[in-house]
Design a protein around this ligand. Sequence first.
Ligand SMILES: *[C@@H]1O[C@H](CO)[C@@H](O)[C@H](O)[C@H]1NC(C)=O
Ligand SMILES: *[C@@H]1O[C@H](CO)[C@@H](O)[C@H](O)[C@H]1NC(C)=O
Ligand SMILES: *[C@@H]1O[C@H](CO)[C@@H](O)[C@H](O)[C@H]1NC(C)=O
Ligand SMILES: *[C@@H]1O[C@H](CO)[C@@H](O)[C@H](O)[C@H]1NC(C)=O
Ligand SMILES: *[C@@H]1O[C@H](CO)[C@@H](O)[C@H](O)[C@H]1NC(C)=O
Length: 534
Amino acid sequence: MMKEIVLFFAVLVAIVIGQANQPLNVVPYPQQVEMGSCNIPVTSILITSNIESTTFSVSMERYTNLFFPFNNVSNSEENDSSSITLEVTIYSDDETLQFGIDESYNLVIQEESYQIKTATIYGAMRALETFKQLITYNQLDNSYSIQCVSISDYPRYPWRGFMVDTARHFIPKNMILHMIDSLGFSKFNVLHWHIVDAVSFPVESTTYPNLTKGAFSPSAVFSHSDIEEVVAYAKTYGIRVIPEFDIPGHAAAWGIGYPELVATCPDYAANVNNIPLDISNPNTFTFLQNFFSEISPLFFDNYFHTGGDELVTGCWTEDPTILNWMTKMGFSTTDAFQYFENNLDNIMKSINRTKITWNDPIDYGVQLNPETLVQVWSSGSDLQGILNSGYKALVSFAWYLDKQVPDGKIHYEWQDTWQDFYAADPTVNITSNSNNILGGEATMWAEQINQVNWDVRVWPRAIGIAERLWSSQSINTVSLALPRIGQFTCDLSRRGIQSGPLFPDYCPMQDDLVFTMKPNIKLSNSEIKLILNK
Ligand SMILES: *[C@@H]1O[C@H](CO)[C@@H](O)[C@H](O)[C@H]1NC(C)=O
Ligand SMILES: *[C@@H]1O[C@H](CO)[C@@H](O)[C@H](O)[C@H]1NC(C)=O
Ligand SMILES: *[C@@H]1O[C@H](CO)[C@@H](O)[C@H](O)[C@H]1NC(C)=O
Ligand SMILES: *[C@@H]1O[C@H](CO)[C@@H](O)[C@H](O)[C@H]1NC(C)=O
Ligand SMILES: *[C@@H]1O[C@H](CO)[C@@H](O)[C@H](O)[C@H]1NC(C)=O
């Protein structure tokens, strides 16, 4: 008994020390850190890699440009001893980027030896970000130095997503690339592209060219080559891009070019979100089959999001054609929704994609195919039920960045809501099947967001979510995270992301710093082809 008590206290002390011991200003905090005793002055850094890869060379070039934000530091030729070579060793040259790829890395910094060792180029990208954060700018003598340390790191969750909504407001391609910069810096690895919605359809289709009549403007449209550039650019951060075509609800924009695709229900039409697809018409499914066959090859990911949220079945039953069809088929509204999801499964199978939906079909009583990945926006108790039914799930309900007051907490300063996102562990109140949680996604719905205010609404608040998804569950204390996040938000702003401060401090910035809403590297067409293996 005594032994157990001693052990208990030993564990307790270890946990407390583990928490208190966050000596590095790194976000998200790494899994294992062993501090070294030296601090090495640096004036220039050369990155070398044992493999040839266009994708990874973009990443190396990017970080080489980011290491030294102030260009008035004396250069390496004056003092060779502070010019260092960072050696990257990658054990596999397989660049396949899909769910579950190995992102782990080892980073060792000691006198005369600067080593990164990883299984994949994606682990090496995470390591370069950590390395960047270990470089300190010392304003007093206008110099840079790097902390000696040994880090062994890997993510807690393999799915760390961020949802961008380009339907409520069109977001220009260059701004999407800039957003990807900010997500990559924070070690997010999925861009969930909520690309169309009820109010606009900004995606070019060669099969159905009239779809873009549903765009806000002919200039507010993503071409196939825009999409390819986004997907290739994201790959240079190890970010998978997954499109969401939200159906059968929220489908009004499909009906602007092709009115026969959508239901007709005057009583509901005052709210554009209420208009679903007409599922009684077999041509609707032919259309979806052809359209998704055209679009899905632009996205190499095995997953494909088909929405499924906020279906208003009253619109179906108000449309006489649909009501007659339901009566003939003997369908309730739930049966009709079930019929839709079953047909959609056949289409997903034909394009070889795994379906993601929001939790709504399940709430409505639909049995989803067990392979379906369910993104839960409703609540933790819904999540528990979904996990217990055997589905794999993504957590989103606590991470709605568009909400001004998450989870009913009141903060005097709005940016302090980062703490609410930080507090939301995906497993809170989950008592069984928590290993069916693949991770989670922050969501930024864009009714009141466009390229002008996206940065300042998202950052620094989303840093808390990035850390919750990457770091160990025990790294969860606001007071310990705050100084690190303060340092990182300063670093982000020096890199051109408009991430503001959280407390009184001084963040020296470049005199000529411009917030550009542009990517930090421009890919050439030939690089895009090489990155996409085309
Ligand atoms: C540039 O160099 C000067 C002189 O060493 C120094 O005072 C200043 O802080 C440096 N950094 C910036 C950002 O100007
Ligand atoms: C070069 O840098 C090192 C480390 O800061 C310093 O000890 C040394 O004096 C410098 N040498 C010269 C010639 O400036
Ligand atoms: C597309 O719209 C044009 C008019 O803008 C129309 O002439 C054409 O028939 C439409 N095509 C389809 C397939 O609906
Ligand atoms: C279909 O997707 C699976 C992974 O979900 C992949 O292993 C397989 O190669 C794909 N098949 C084709 C024909 O693309
Ligand atoms: C967890 O359970 C507690 C106690 O029932 C409740 O107050 C809290 O809101 C729950 N949190 C979540 C995220 O469901």
